[in-house]
Design a binder for this molecule. Structure first.
Ligand SMILES: [Zn+2]
Length: 469
């Protein structure tokens, strides 16, 4: 007989709770390892036991949602079990580092502690990184801004799609929007509790009522034309900020897909979340890894959407063109091509994509290193004809080398690279940096160690003052 437990519906900010079946934490596929011993479920939301089972239920729901799209026998990047740490220390952060999902606690003041792992949005964002890493592992090390930003967008879209697996969420979204889902709602506002609290401490790092809002007004502009930092009111080239362009397009896609159908019912909305999941996964498997990755993956999404439902072709085309993610000329050329480029079947494409990455040297003297570092970049920027719309026609796109140099420079500017050339588990590798330097065959290579929620300079300074290098 199944046992019911109490959890937050999605984010604790709503105060809404639901009763769900006690989840299988360590059951395959996509097993998790949680700290042992497992506490008895507790309906009191102030207890660690409530947070434990709340997190387990959200991650299990997320894995059950994404899992079927991952293909037979798929597992986590590093094996059958992914470790989860529910209280990885005081910081405003959450991390996916291929071996673990780590959730920190933000300390607002003496009386208020905000646990990242208490929000299904935060849990399912990090889970999204892990799932995308299975579907397209070559995104991990490639040093292009739009690829990193897409990874962040995928995490936020994961939060939205996983929330929509809950019947009460579908009902309330439709009651509020009538099916016109692209609105400022509890669904579009991602990580409300965590973001609201973070905003009071660091107003530039979160909106006043959430971490990021999928309902926003941002359209594509080449990231090299943007500042690398700024408040959430403006678009910057920082992957988290820039991710909002693609996330907006996906929330618009949900609305557009609903509008294709005669009735906006909760069951229809559920079907559409599964379709969008499949469209995104198919696209990331097929899209060439180029520096103009937004256009590359958007083009494959249009084609995958058309395979699901012919009427979706126009939905996706119009959204991507309106957001300048695709130029109308390249969108129409791709849709009218009798044999879409690179369309040779999944296995071949993944192999081709891994071949499509090469290493290239980036100068590093200005970052205090004495040798150039090798970074992974797109081998062939012409592997796709997909292009974003650029207002200034005189602006020519960056080469892969230029795009990688910009990406690497901004990592160093923001203190996100551990330059110690050694792999150790430390606070640095568990949240304070995203990349490290590794010596392979006598040369320095730049490798990603994590995707993380927060890239706060304040936290890194704190660690360094306490004696870290
Ligand atoms: Zn993230």
């Amino acid at each position: 007989m199944s046992e019911q437990i109490q959890t937050w519906e999605t984010d604790p900010a709503s105060g809404l709770q639901i009763s769900v079946e006690r989840p299988r934490i360590d059951g395959p596929p996509f097993a998790f390892f949680f700290p042992l011993p497992a506490p008895d479920p507790d309906p009191d939301s102030a207890t660690p036991a409530f947070r434990y089972w709340n997190a387990a239920a959200a991650l299990r729901r997320g894995a059950d949602f994404w899992g079927p799209a991952m293909g037979p026998n798929a597992q986590w990047f590093t094996g059958p079990v992914l470790e989860v740490r529910l209280d990885a220390g005081a910081d405003w952060n959450a991390v996916y580092n291929r071996r673990k999902l780590l959730f920190h606690r933000g300390v607002l003041n003496q009386d208020t502690v905000i646990y990242a792992a208490e929000s299904a949005d935060m849990l399912c964002h990090e889970l999204g990184h892990a799932m995308l890493d299975i579907a397209q592992p070559n995104l991990w090390n490639t040093c292009h801004n739009e690829i990193a930003a897409f990874h962040e967008s995928f995490g936020d879209v994961s939060a939205i799609l996983c929330a929509l697996q809950i019947p009460s969420v579908r009902n309330s979204v439709l009651a509020v929007t009538g099916g016109a889902i692209f609105q400022d709602t509890a669904l579009s506002r991602i990580a409300k509790q965590f973001g609201t609290a973070l905003h009071t401490l660091r107003p530039d790092e979160a909106d006043s009522n959430c971490l990021r809002n999928a309902h926003n007004s941002f359209s594509y502009v080449p990231p090299e034309t943007l500042n690398s930092t700024g408040s959430t009111a403006v678009l910057t080239s920082s992957p988290h900020s820039f991710s909002r362009v693609f996330t907006r397009a996906m929330l618009e896609a949900l609305e557009g897909m609903m509008a294709v159908h005669a009735s906006a019912t909760p069951d229809r909305l559920h079907d559409i979340t599964l379709e969008l999941r499949d469209i995104m996964i198919e696209a990331v498997k097929r899209a060439p890894l180029v520096q103009l990755y937004y256009a590359s993956v958007a083009a494959k999404m249009m084609l995958a959407a058309r395979e699901k439902n012919e009427a979706y072709e126009t939905v996706f085309r119009d959204i991507f063109v309106a957001r300048s993610i695709l130029s109308s000329a390249s969108a129409d050329a791709i849709l009218s091509s009798p044999t879409p480029q690179e369309d040779t079947g999944f296995a071949g494409e993944i192999a081709e994509n891994s071949r499509a990455i090469i290493t290239s040297s980036v100068a590093s003297e200005r970052h205090g290193l004495t040798e150039a570092i090798e970074v992974e970049i797109s081998a062939n920027p012409l592997a796709t004809t997909a292009r974003s719309a650029v207002e200034d026609a005189s602006l020519s796109p960056l080469s892969p080398e230029e795009a990688a140099t910009m990406f690497v420079d901004r990592l160093f500017e923001r203190g996100l690279v551990d330059i110690r050339e050694e792999e150790t588990e430390s606070p640095l590798s568990e949240g304070l940096v995203t990349h490290r330097i590794e010596r392979i065959g006598g040369r320095l290579h730049l490798k990603r160690v994590s995707f993380q929620f927060s890239q706060s300079m304040a936290a890194r300074r704190h660690y360094q003052e306490k004696g870290g290098s």
